[in-house]
Design a protein around this ligand. Structure first.
Ligand code: CP
Length: 304
């Protein structure tokens, strides 16, 4: 695998992660000094699935680096509607841009697409697979709030279909982090991710209830049940609404517990938590800009 494509969290070492997070901290400290770094360069956005945060923060990041974007637009307004293949789409768009960002509903789509292009390709979410740039901003947020070592993290919700979970859990194996996974039995981590964690020497601690483990946690990472990935609606309805948290739920949490969520949320976190010191999910979303500026800066300067 070429290292200038960013496809899964499995390809990231601790050194890689720290390199990106350190660059993001430089961006945060002095964004103006990056303002003309990539003037004249173009980023191609190919989003085959809805997105607010990932797409807009990539666009903001590229523009804040002095560059611009070319956007395929919605699937309905593109030639995908006429039957154009993913391979042909990315081969065409690489001729218009210096790097590509791809979101697609099928797991493995980014890896497949990367085999057809010579410019760097970034996976912005491939079905229930991975979402490595989300993980970078998650790790940046964790480092800012709790530090990345001597850490106990609870990851709760849809661990089966949640690609942000798959990437975060994999990346955390690079750090001294104990991971606890809280979900209904039907939404436990997939076998492939469990295998990757075991291979990395991590212990997979699984729970169906948050309460017993909550007092130990430094970070609680809550995720949405991914309704769009369920093969049938009945199966979704059986687990919908499980694992909602409110201020009562957090009564026994550490005072400095950091609550995160990749967003969008549906009903997993009650709005009353937004006003507490635990809530870091909007800060997390905002960190998407400096972190993606750092990633693009490194990719476009050829520092793989
Ligand atoms: N966190 C995230 O990937 O959000 P979007 O789907 O809005 O991009």
């Amino acid at each position: 695998m070429r290292h200038d494509h960013l496809l899964t969290a499995n390809q990231l070492t601790r050194e890689d992660i720290e390199h990106v997070l350190d660059r993001a901290a430089e961006v945060d400290a002095n964004p103006a000094s990056f303002g003309q770094r990539h003037a004249g360069k173009l980023l191609g956005l190919c989003f085959f699935e809805p997105s607010t945060r990932t797409k807009m923060s990539f666009e903001a990041a590229m523009k804040r680096l002095g560059g611009d974007v070319v956007d395929m637009g919605s699937v309905d307004s593109s030639s995908v509607k006429k039957g154009e293949s993913l391979a042909d789409t990315v081969r065409v768009v690489e001729g218009y841009a210096d790097a590509l960002v791809l979101r697609h509903p099928l797991m493995g789509a980014a890896k497949m697409a990367s085999e057809f292009v010579d410019v760097p390709l970034v996976n912005a979410g491939d079905g229930a697979g991975h979402h490595p740039t989300q993980t970078m901003l998650d790790l940046y947020t964790i480092r800012e709030n709790a530090g990345l070592d001597d850490l106990t993290v609870g990851i709760m919700g849809d661990l089966k279909y949640g690609r942000t979970v798959h990437s975060l859990a994999t990346a955390l194996t690079n750090f001294d982090a104990s991971q606890h996974f809280i979900s209904p039995d039907s939404l436990k981590l997939p076998r492939s991710v469990r295998y990757d964690l075991h291979e990395a020497g991590a212990t997979v601690r699984e729970h169906t209830e948050l309460d017993p483990i909550l007092p130990q946690l430094d970070v609680l990472y809550v995720t949405r049940i991914q309704r769009e990935r369920f093969p049938d609606e009945d199966e979704y309805q059986r687990v919908a609404g499980e694992y909602q948290i409110d201020t009562d739920t957090l009564a026994d949490a550490k005072e400095d517990l950091t609550v995160m969520h990749p967003l969008p949320r549906v009903d997993e976190i009650a709005p009353e938590i937004d006003d507490t010191d635990h809530a870091r999910y909007f800060e997390q979303a905002h960190n998407g800009v400096p972190v993606r500026m750092a990633l693009l800066d490194l990719l476009l300067e050829g520092d793989s």
